[in-house]
Design a protein around this ligand. Structure first.
Ligand code: IMP
Ligand code: MG
Length: 180
């Protein structure tokens, strides 16, 4: 039987579950103060953001609703295809509403740049972005991210919702994916 070569393997844990929980408290407070007296729609981007939006929303003390969109810019590997396709659209009417996009990671910025424009064109009153992770070295388009959990180096990581070929999303921490 032919051996598969270069199959990536799990590496070191770079961010623990406790660190993420503490970050949700910190950013939740900041978001609560920034939107004081207003309501907000938390828009999670499937599937990577599920754990992060669940943790973060517990720490936001505002009148909130949630909605989800799914889009793809990555194929099945670790490289971005550079194109964004909407796989699941919004269910809510966001006209005149504050929308806070909740994302797992900003890498090239292509996905969020596209989504932010899309949400603005749908008539939102304001659109901001909250990401658990930011990889600024991967940036291909200039995009302002309002709330960043952790800034990390340009390595491929998995866990806490993030996948490699749909696997490892269930890991409760963020760890490196190494080429062996
Ligand atoms: P961008 O459009 O290049 O900013 O890509 C953002 C999307 O790519 C994220 O929502 C993730 O789904 C995926 N992505 C980017 N970097 C990683 C990574 O290191 N691990 C897992 N998924 C990633
Ligand atoms: Mg994603």
């Amino acid at each position: 039987m032919a051996k598969k070569s270069k199959e990536p393997v799990l590496g070191d844990i770079i961010i623990t579950e406790e660190q993420i929980a503490a970050k949700a408290v910190e950013l939740g407070k900041e978001i609560t103060e920034d939107y004081r007296g207003e309501s907000v729609i938390l828009l999670g981007i499937l599937r990577g953001s599920i754990m992060w939006i669940a943790e973060l929303m517990k720490r936001i003390e505002l009148d909130t609703e949630i909605d989800f969109m799914a889009c793809s810019s990555y194929g099945s590997g670790t490289k971005s295809s550079g194109r964004v396709k909407i796989l699941k659209d919004l269910d809510s009417d966001i006209t005149g509403r504050n929308v806070l996009i909740v994302e797992d990671i900003v890498d090239s910025g292509i996905t969020l740049n596209y989504l932010k424009g899309y949400i603005e064109n749908r008539g939102a009153a304001s659109v901001r972005i909250c990401t658990l992770l930011d990889k600024p070295d991967g940036r291909k388009v200039d995009i302002h991210v309002d709330y960043v959990g952790f800034t990390i180096e340009n390595n491929f990581i998995v866990g806490y919702g993030l996948d490699y070929d749909q696997k490892y999303r269930n890991l409760p921490y963020i760890c490196l994916m190494n080429e062996e």
